[in-house]
Design a protein around this ligand. Structure first.
Ligand code: ADP
Ligand code: 5GP
Length: 201
């Protein structure tokens, strides 16, 4: 018996810990499919092709847009990021829940095209904690940190269409909260039609 898959979309400011929270959720729930995005941004030391992102040239990315191969895409800090469409739709049709970790512009596009999508915004306990995490991660220049901090306010203002907020203060609590959202959404009556039919067969 299978429920319909949940399209779980997680966003939040850079450095808030989205990646960390999502990785922990996936560790506990290997049945959830993580959508690996395509991007034109440069690889960081911890990045792995096909695992953290599919790294593309500008031309390759433009071709994916022209081929309508992306579920959504957006430009962030001069780089393009997008969700490959086919693997996500395949998994959802199979009844597998799918996790997207994408920015607000992309999440709102997803919500518009797939109203069933569930949007979760991750907040830091404070702005100073956010800046500290971003700095401690050691992947950004001071200039990029300032750009990313400015972007955050705009991102949050746009996040009114999100259904859930998770505060990433204590990591394990944030993971539990995200897990609770996923579980509750999987149990919504409209996603359980197949189960209902099987019970009454
Ligand atoms: P994002 O994916 O949102 O850009 P990351 O997952 O890379 O953020 O996390 C940014 C930094 O904050 C990392 O160094 C990570 O280890 C740290 N971090 C994440 N969550 C927490 C938390 N709850 N408490 C303290 N540090 C955290
Ligand atoms: P980073 O460069 O730190 O890996 O990611 C920067 C921002 O791009 C983050 O907010 C991240 O969630 C977002 N992002 C990653 N992949 C995608 C995607 O496929 N689409 C969109 N719209 N944003 C993405």
């Amino acid at each position: 018996m299978k429920n319909k898959g949940v399209l779980l979309v997680v966003s939040g400011p850079s450095g808030v810990g989205k990646g960390t929270v999502c990785q922990q959720l996936l560790k506990a729930h290997p049945e959830v499919f993580f959508s690996v995005s395509a991007t034109t941004r440069k690889m960081r030391e911890i990045d792995q092709e096909g695992v953290t992102y599919y790294f593309k040239t500008k031309e390759e990315f433009e071709q994916m847009v022209a081929d309508d191969a992306l579920l959504e895409w957006a430009t962030f800090c001069d780089n393009s990021y997008g969700t490959p469409k086919a693997p996500v739709l395949e998994r959802l049709n199979e009844g597998t829940s799918v996790l997207l970790e994408i920015d607000v512009q992309g999440a709102l596009q997803v919500k518009k095209n797939y109203p069933d999508a569930v949007l979760v915004f991750i907040l830091p306990p404070s702005l100073s904690t956010l800046e500290e995490r971003l700095r401690n991660r050691g992947t950004e220049t001071e200039e990029t940190i300032q750009v990313r901090m400015k972007q955050y306010r705009r991102e949050f203002e746009q996040a009114t269409a999100y259904q859930y907020l998770v505060i990433n203060d204590d990591l394990s609590k944030a993971v539990c909260d995200l897990e609770a959202v996923l579980r509750a959404e999987q149990m919504r009556t409209e996603r359980c039609q197949q189960i209902i039919e099987e019970v009454f067969e």
